[in-house]
Design a protein around this ligand. Structure first.
Ligand code: SF4
Length: 294
């Protein structure tokens, strides 16, 4: 008898699907004609050699996705359970840098609310300021400095400070797809862009994203931790957090749905479905990227 590794996942799209082995970070874009057999295997977890085609079993053996197991002990393996938990109220704070005061306040917010990741979009070198704060504080755990200034983004990463070149391409494009087990898991339960994120624009407005119209306060407020607390517990601020791609029109049919971070605002269509007002660069119904056709 064989067992399929618990690190193997399958994502079915309208036209194509992905078979993924997180153990080796192998990913296969496969045609849907093979989907039924693979879904069945992953669901039942254990199977006899004669239950699947010889081509498929050779392929799964070659990429070490299956292992031999004595049928008497299969019951000792509980069914694979997936759940996503985060101990943090907020995971990301993204700040569009305007002045030193906003940087100090953003660092203070991360420290107070134990926010692990701070992203600062800037063209100034903030290394010294950030570093002197990090020396005495455990949060934020890391600060990413995103810039289009080569003198900044070309710097070598430091302990807890990362330098990233600002991406000028559309938010979702072929190279932005990311095979990452925590993103893959989170995406099955939440909106992987909006969930547990605070965005602060260059005017200090506390929002969900750059494209959001609603401001939930301003970083220049004197009692900034009170303002942030009020925002975090406002149901409107959390409105998009649980809008996972499985309930969004078009995205729910896309095989990239657990690997793609999309900043478009979702709109509610009915009780069970959401939609976007602009089209994505990928069309799951033809399995083609727009950019590739130009
Ligand atoms: S259709 Fe949706 S899930 Fe697919 S690539 Fe575009 S945004 Fe991502």
């Amino acid at each position: 008898m064989y067992g399929i590794s618990s690190s193997v996942s399958f994502v079915k799209g309208y036209r194509k699907s992905f078979l993924i082995n997180f153990k080796n970070l192998d990913i296969f874009h496969i045609n849907n004609s093979e989907a039924g057999e693979l879904i069945k295997l992953i669901k039942q977890r254990f199977f006899k050699e004669e239950e699947i085609s010889s081509d498929l079993i050779s392929f799964l053996k070659e990429y070490r996705m299956i292992y031999k197991i004595n049928s008497k002990i299969t019951q000792q393996f509980p069914p694979k359970k997936i759940e996503y938990n985060s101990k943090h109220l907020i995971e990301y704070l993204v700040l569009e840098h305007k002045d030193d005061l906003t940087v100090q306040k953003a660092l203070k917010i991360c420290s107070f609310f134990k926010i692990p990741h701070l992203v600062i979009v800037t063209n100034n070198d903030l290394t010294k300021k950030v570093n002197s704060f990090l020396i005495n504080n455990s949060y934020p755990e890391s600060v990413s400095i995103v810039s289009d200034n080569v003198k900044i983004y070309a710097q070598e990463n430091k302990f807890r400070i990362l330098y990233i070149k600002k991406d000028t391409k559309p938010f979702v494009h072929i190279d932005s797809m990311e095979l990452n087990s925590s993103l893959f898991l989170e995406s099955q339960f939440s909106h992987n862009y909006f969930n547990k994120k605070i965005f602060i624009d260059e005017n200090g407005n506390i929002k969900n994203s750059p494209n959001s119209d609603i401001s939930f306060g301003n970083i220049y407020s004197y009692h900034i931790t009170k303002v942030i607390k009020k925002a975090i517990f406002n149901p409107n601020f959390k409105k998009y957090w649980k809008v996972k791609k499985d309930i969004c029109a078009i995205c729910k049919d896309c095989e990239f749905r657990y690997m793609c971070v999309d900043d478009r605002i979702p709109y509610q269509k009915n009780k069970h479905e959401w939609f976007h007002k602009t089209a994505c660069n990928y069309d799951p119904y033809t399995a083609t990227w727009k950019e590739l056709n130009n």
